[in-house]
Design a protein around this ligand. Structure first.
Ligand SMILES: Cc1cc2nc3c(=O)[nH]c(=O)nc-3n(C[C@H](O)[C@H](O)[C@H](O)COP(=O)(O)OP(=O)(O)OC[C@H]3O[C@@H](n4cnc5c(N)ncnc54)[C@H](O)[C@@H]3O)c2cc1C
Length: 469
């Protein structure tokens, strides 16, 4: 059965369950954030992709050149925040004072073919970057599983993909320029202003606005990606081998089942051919099957597992092949909210097993697949991978369901395994707890931050919580 047929059969199943008067017993009442009403003539509200963060900036600016950016910073009032693509789940962007959009600061500035490096404006979206780099024979060594973020937003939060040999986006930065409130445009790299560089590689937008970024790329390459449905326990038992066998490997474990989707990606071989389609609605299929079966006491979960394994495992093998910038990203059309922590790499299997057991034991209303990835360690002061290789584990909730209650049940499991939260995703840690997770450079970072922004004008309410006042 292919994915399309599976979708149709599960839809039929949920329709028949609905006809029998059955609704998914684990559905929660809607818990949407308040809508942001817009009154003509009044400042326009800003809202993020996940629709769980909003604000009403009194002043917005969209500089189209670095000079305009410097001018905008000189005239900015109150709390100043930059915004890229608004794809963060945590309240890193909101300000009711000055919001500076990076959208118009986009494009390739220059490149060095010998070093395989390229310099881009920080507002460049990752989906625009792929073709730009391809045209000069370069490609990012790795990319996250979607390409909506801006380059500046991605490095600011240490955005990552998967692959034990590959670091986060911040680790590919060799040089950047930082526009500060004092009117300086600071050039920094490992050689020039090295302390500012280490802090600015991942700063959660607290030092200034990054105007341009030089990336260490590699020669353009093609990839082939294989998606399969497998037994989670078997995959986790051989996880090291599975990761070593592929350039990139990741897992999407499905709660209440022993089933997971695996994605293995390698350099394309001559003759690799695509098979099947990438289905951005697949998570809705999981939800429909869950809703159609989970109401049955005791057997419900077994039935769910059987439907998933038989329907999905029979034949759902998608193969995508092409230039790397087309294969790495996937289309994400189903709105969700996400919490992600990175635990030390060796703790990954135990941590994900405990999360899945807790979801099941506590009957938590989470059926959205988890995401499980490995990332190489780096030396970026506030990167989640600083000083250690990490295993990043995400839990998700559909955009129309309550996420706060189930996430609160899972978050302590991440703490138990020494997890560091993704800066752009939901977490509840404050400065006192975060400082302990970054023992080597927390103070160094804040010295640089206080030097560059002594009045704390880049600090919004969330940054005051995570950094302390
Ligand atoms: C569907 C979806 C899938 C995702 N998948 C992944 C994934 O695979 N891996 C992963 O790690 N994350 C993932 N994320 C999280 C997302 O990639 C990060 O939160 C990222 O930082 C968002 O980038 P952005 O351009 O939208 O930044 P925004 O959310 O707009 O801003 C993020 C932060 O960067 C600051 N900022 C933006 N531009 C600049 C600049 N030029 N200078 C200084 N500060 C700046 C902002 O002030 C803010 O603090 C995903 C999010 C979504 C919604």
């Amino acid at each position: 059965m292919d994915r399309r047929k599976f979708l149709q059969s599960s839809l039929a199943l949920s329709v028949s369950a609905a006809a029998a008067g059955v609704t998914g017993c684990r559905q929660q009442p809607l818990d949407l954030e308040p809508a942001t009403a817009f009154t003509p003539g009044e400042p326009m509200p800003w809202i993020n992709w996940a629709a769980n963060q909003s604000c009403t900036p009194q002043w917005r600016s969209a500089p189209a050149s670095v000079d305009e950016l410097m001018d905008a910073l000189q005239t900015a009032t109150g709390c100043v925040r930059a915004v890229g693509a608004g794809h963060s789940f945590s309240p890193v962007v909101p300000t009711d004072d000055t919001l500076i959009s990076m959208d118009l600061l986009s494009g390739l500035l220059r490149h060095d073919s010998e070093k395989q490096q390229a310099t881009l404006l920080a507002g460049t979206r990752m989906h625009a970057m792929g073709p730009m780099l391809h045209s000069i024979g370069q490609a990012l060594p790795n990319m996250p599983d979607m390409d909506y973020p801006s380059l500046g937003g991605a490095i600011t939060n240490s955005v990552h993909a998967t692959g034990t040999a590959f670091g986060s986006m911040s680790s590919y930065v060799t040089e950047l320029k930082l526009a500060t409130l004092s009117g300086d445009l600071i050039e920094c790299s490992a050689e020039k202003n090295p302390e500012i560089f280490k802090a600015a590689q991942t700063s959660i937008g607290s030092l200034g606005i990054v105007s341009e970024i030089t990336l260490q790329n590699q020669a353009a390459f093609n990839l082939t990606e294989y998606s399969s449905v497998e037994n989670l326990n078997e995959v986790l038992e051989n996880i090291e081998e599975r990761c070593n066998d592929h350039r990139h490997f990741e897992i999407f474990p499905i709660p209440y089942s022993d089933t997971c989707l695996t994605i293995a990606t390698d350099i394309a071989k001559p003759g690799d051919k695509p098979l099947g389609e990438d289905d951005p609605q697949a998570v809705n299929t999981v939800r429909r099957v869950f809703d159609a079966t989970s109401w049955i006491p005791v057997v419900g979960e077994g039935l769910y597992d059987r439907i998933l394994t038989t329907a999905l495992a029979a034949e759902v093998e998608t193969i995508r092949t092409g230039p790397s910038y087309q294969v790495f990203p996937h289309v994400r059309v189903v709105r969700f909210r996400e919490m992600e922590y990175t635990v030390p790499a060796e703790a990954g299997p135990a941590c994900v097993r405990e999360i899945l057991k807790t979801i099941k034991d506590k009957h938590l209303p989470l059926c959205f697949p988890l995401e499980y990835r490995y990332v190489k360690g780096d030396d970026v002061w506030l990167s989640m991978f600083e000083g250690q290789a990490g295993c990043s584990i995400s839990i998700h909730q559909f955009g129309d369901l309550d996420y706060k209650t189930p996430f609160a049940e899972i978050e302590p499991i991440f703490w138990k395994y020494g997890g560091r939260p993704h800066w752009g995703k939901i977490h509840t840690l404050d400065a006192s707890r975060l400082a302990k997770l970054y023992p080597r450079h927390w103070q160094d970072f804040h010295e640089v931050r206080r030097e560059l922004d002594p009045q704390g004008k880049f600090m919004n309410r969330h940054l005051h919580t995570i950094f302390g006042s």
